[in-house]
Write a protein that binds this ligand. Sequence first.
Ligand code: NAD
Length: 350
Amino acid sequence: QRVGFAIVGLGRLALEEILPAFGEAKKCRPVALVSGTPDKLKAVAAQYGIAPERCHSYADFDRIAEDSAIQVVYVVLPNGMHREYVERAAKAGKHVLCEKPMATNAADARAMVAACQAARRHLMVAYRIQYEPHNRRAQRFVREGTFGRLVGMSATNVQTVAENGTQQWRHKRALSGGGSLPDIGLYCLNTARFLTGEEPVEIYATQYAPPNDPRFAEVEETIAFTLRFPSNFIANCFASYGARDDKHQRLNFERASLDMPNAYSYEGQRLTVTARQEDDTSQNELVIPRRNQFAAEMDHMADCVLADRRPRTPGEEGVQDHVLMEAIYRAAASGMPVRLEPVAGLDAFR
Ligand code: NAD
């Protein structure tokens, strides 16, 4: 029996990635939809075989409480709406999968964790990269010390946004929580933490918003930040809405470097190891079977519901990213490094 998901918000990600990914999932299926646009609701429901009585508007969302076929609510709304719908879902007795970034600030993220705890429901943040096979292999190399100590990482996540996109919620701070940092820089931040299981203790940052560009009146276009971890692993991260697409991750170990073009893309990941062997160097592109990241992530949520197990990427992980993003903004605003108290890594949750 597949776990039933309700998809809340039928925007680009839901329509182009999440709903199609159920075709590759093994443990879950979409059973309900929530949208503010009745025509879209009807068309998408027909496409995925969802019953009309399981199509809800935002106003009648809370009626999902009466529908036992819905076990998980997947919140795919603008960031500033995540808290409200996670809390309403928990109140309706549903487990919740919430898109990244979890919220627009750490305080809201903490409230979301508390709401799900109070309702005794699981809360997972949709960090799809942590379910992607190439990044998982890279994590194994780090954790097993295959190539010696991980000395550094350089992580780039940049893409352009439409010129006429001024009305888009991503440019409104109240709905987005920030610009390129929470939207795409978060992949660099979260993956650095995921690879090492460590939490940064020192942060440097700088940011830029082009003057007179209404898209960047409220949020940054470009941000660079450097994270130092307790093992002295240093991650150099760069995110921007102003540069042609590039999602490249490079890991530098004592005895090898790992190159991962498209590291944060929906697909097309690759992993090449360049290693020193005696006096020579060898270069190998590893053959790693692909897996649809959204299907893998949703199946994990389904497993957690079926086995009553804590997700590998729980709400607490989202809270920590918000704490760190707030520190990154503080560092950028002050031009000074921000030092953080060492805290235990979140591996205990994984
Ligand atoms: P989108 O703008 O395409 O979709 C948002 C949906 O929310 C739309 O259907 C819109 O109608 C609806 N909505 C309801 N109330 C709204 C309001 N007041 N203002 C604006 N929209 C409103 O956005 P998206 O790209 O699908 O992003 C949705 C969420 O998914 C965000 O949290 C985003 O960060 C996340 N996301 C994650 C990934 C990933 O790879 N995991 C990729 C893209 C987006």
